[in-house]
Design a protein around this ligand. Structure first.
Ligand SMILES: Cc1cc2nc3c(=O)[nH]c(=O)nc-3n(C[C@H](O)[C@H](O)[C@H](O)COP(=O)(O)O)c2cc1C
Length: 195
């Protein structure tokens, strides 16, 4: 799949078919996290692929999100921050969060390319998830990803933010474009000349 298409077609899926995808497809998606940038080249991520039904149900309860129970897999993404914090002090924690996000986006794009379905789960009780999966205290849990095949029709695409609300030139809030630019024939925002 072309990169642009994967970026634009990726979406959060919250309904899963009961069919269980071949775990090797998921492995391919997980492999993409190795290519994410990591501060100082220290790879901090640890992931746990869960396919035991009782654990999936418990993880759904720890997230208080019922739909997660119907997923045949959950990938739990964790960080071991210790080396990065040793190397970068106060900044280390933030670096670990940033690189987890970067690795997760690789994973999400591969999931899209493989026509699998997932949803980023950021809300959960961390202590509960640690207990279920025997994750040591010092490890941070970044997010969870129920994985399966999408059930039914795709959810309607959410309207994405216009770039004119996010892009400034040379200084904060300086909007400089006079014309409404298009990217590949699509409008990306209503630019005004503010200053
Ligand atoms: C950090 C983060 C945490 C999220 N946590 C949840 C969550 O706990 N439950 C959920 O259903 N969706 C969660 N989402 C998914 C967002 O709701 C979703 O990305 C957003 O609605 C945009 O839809 P899209 O992913 O289809 O573009 C989370 C997304 C992010 C980036």
């Amino acid at each position: 799949m072309e990169l642009n298409r994967a970026i634009q077609e990726r979406r959060s899926i919250r309904k899963f078919r009961s069919a269980k995808p071949d775990w090797r497809y998921i492995l391919e998606c997980i492999d993409s996290i190795r290519y994410a940038p990591m501060a100082g080249g220290n790879f901090t991520l640890k992931v746990i692929l869960v396919d035991e039904k009782e654990k999936i149900i418990k993880l759904a309860e720890a997230s208080q999100q019922e739909f997660i129970k119907s997923a045949p897999y959950i990938l739990v993404v964790c960080s071991d921050n210790s080396r990065t914090i040793n190397a970068y002090g106060e900044k280390g924690e933030s670096f670990c969060k940033q690189q987890a996000g970067s690795a997760i986006q690789n994973f999400l794009l591969k999931i899209t390319e493989k026509r699998l379905a997932t949803c980023w789960i950021g809300y959960f009780v961390e202590e509960q998830v640690k207990r279920i999966l025997k994750i040591p205290e010092k490890i941070n849990i970044e997010a969870m990803f129920p994985i399966g095949y999408e059930l039914g029709k795709p959810e309607k695409r959410r309207v994405k933010a216009n770039l004119d609300k996010a892009l400034y030139f040379n200084e904060y809030e300086k909007v400089q474009m006079k014309k409404i630019p298009k990217i590949e024939g699509r409008r990306i925002g209503k630019f005004r000349n503010k200053k």
